[in-house]
Design a protein around this ligand. Structure first.
Ligand code: SDX
Length: 430
């Protein structure tokens, strides 16, 4: 990393700021000493031009539509590997040998059960509670059960907590789904792979044998790979900020789940499917495109646009291919929602508003169609996103904790409120 110097003039005073180069991608101007030297802050609401940290985990080139996990292109990982291999890569930085992979799979598999008292948590929820609300509550509550792995200064405990979260998210997600449909919880089965185990916990019933469809399991496993990490997005930044105070990893991941729930972020997959249902038929698309372009209308095309990608989201392309694979496997010849999605994409990509603003389909545009075809209700879509993103949150949290320069995150502000004034009793308040 080459340090070169760049000068900034503030109130006729020249301030020298270091420029740091990364391995690839944009360099940064180190402004950490700017306030001390000038008495001024930088201002960047939404962090559109701010690098909050150094990281070796994920790299995105938004203009080129490139996504790398530890240097490996997402297309190659999705094509050749499985989700637990991606988990190992994100956590340890290298692809596992066969022995390392077998050991990692074994360790994750043996943490898939949750403490049986977790079942009582569910009894407190309404059956129609949104499963994301249940996930925020239950993941946060994991810290009440695992005091032996909340000492974040102990690398061994950090790794145990990481294993526990990666392993238990599918079990909790399946329990949230089962609870919502009034069916009994299904325990994990250790002779199944990670994603097949999850499908069985969601869709098996005690009355009959459940056979996992290998095509659907492979498709969902690939969907998990696509969602595993994505640099410093809103929920990952939430996890990092929560973790910077020393909060335990379960509480930090619960904060990430809460942030992911928003429709501008991970909640977009649920919102995108609702939008496709509302549009209903291709002839109604022009009306919705007009609404999306109308500044006075809050409507946005859900599943379109991205803070970083100003090109096609590489995950969306793989997602689209997976959608067709799943629909073919299930013998769904014509899905009206897919017809609307394909037509909407074609119209939007030719519309000058979307072209000029570089708005392309993102990962959430096609995922809902696929998950719905697999049998998941829309309320479970963001839960599946959170299940997959847990490894990314954990990897980013660990990287932050292990960074010797790490301090509590504490942004400042531009104060535009009332200057200091004296208290007056009610009689003088007019
Ligand atoms: C995810 O950050 C990540 O990495 C997130 C994620 C991950 O893996 O973690 O990739 C997952 O969250 C994907 C994004 C899912 N969200 C949606 O699909 C919701 C719909 N998209 C938009 O809300 C929006 O595109 C965002 C939130 C994704 C990005 O917002 P930005 O970067 O703040 O962009 P913006 O709101 O400033 O929009 C720029 C312009 C605006 O017009 P102007 O004010 O400049 O005239 O584009 C317009 C917006 O009005 N615009 C849209 C639009 N998205 C942006 N107009 C219509 N439909 C849209 N979808």
């Amino acid at each position: 990393m080459q340090d070169t110097i760049s000068a900034v003039t503030v109130d006729n005073k020249s301030v020298e700021l270091a420029v740091k180069d990364g391995t690839i991608g944009p360099s940064v101007i180190d402004i950490s000493k700017l306030y001390g030297q000038t008495g001024m802050f930088t201002y960047d609401p939404g962090f559109t031009s701010t690098a909050a940290c150094e990281s070796k985990i994920t790299y995105i080139d938004g203009d080129a539509g490139v996504l790398l996990y530890r240097g490996y292109p997402i297309e190659q990982l999705a094509e050749h590997g499985d989700f637990l291999e991606t988990c190992y890569l994100l956590l340890y930085g290298e692809l596992p040998t066969a022995a390392q992979k077998a050991d990692f799979d074994y360790r994750v598999t043996r943490h898939t059960m949750v403490h049986d008292q977790m079942n009582r948590f569910f009894q407190g929820f309404r059956r129609d509670a949104h499963p994301m609300a249940i996930m925020v509550a239950c993941v946060g509550a994991l810290s009440a059960f695992y005091h032996d792995s909340t000492d974040i200064s102990d690398p061994q405990q950090r790794m145990i907590a990481s294993m526990r979260m990666i392993a238990k998210m599918p079990t909790l997600a399946a329990m949230a789904y089962k609870y919502s449909i009034g069916q009994p919880f299904v325990y994990p089965q250790n002779d199944l792979d990670y994603t097949s185990n999850f499908l069985r916990m969601c869709f098996a019933v005690p009355c009959e044998e459940y056979k996992v469809n290998p095509v659907l399991s492979r498709a969902l496993d690939r969907i998990f790979i696509l969602h595993a990490d994505h640099e410093q997005n809103a929920s990952t930044s939430t996890v990092r900020l929560a973790g910077s105070s020393g909060a335990n990893p379960f509480a930090c991941i619960a904060a990430g789940i809460a942030c992911l729930w928003g429709p501008a972020h991970g909640g977009a997959n649920e919102a995108a499917l609702k939008m496709l249902k509302e549009i209903g038929t291709p002839d109604r698309i022009p009306m919705y495109i007009a609404k999306a372009k109308d500044k006075n209308d809050p409507f946005r095309l859900m599943g379109f646009g991205h803070r970083v990608y100003k090109n096609y989201d590489p995950r969306a392309r793989i997602m689209q291919k997976t959608t067709h694979e799943v629909l073919n496997e299930l013998g769904i010849k014509d899905d009206p929602l897919l017809d609307v999605a394909v037509e909407l994409e074609q119209i939007a990509l030719k519309d000058e508003y979307f072209v000029e603003k570089k708005l392309y389909p993102n990962i959430d545009f096609y995922s809902g169609i696929t998950l719905k075809a697999m049998g998941f209700p829309t309320s479970m879509f963001t839960v599946l996103f959170a299940l997959a993103r847990t490894v990314g949150w954990i990897a980013q949290w660990s990287e932050m904790i292990e960074d010797p320069s790490q301090r509590i995150g504490r942004p400042r502000q531009l104060y535009v409120g009332t200057p200091q004034r004296q208290y007056v009793t009610e009689a003088y308040r007019g």
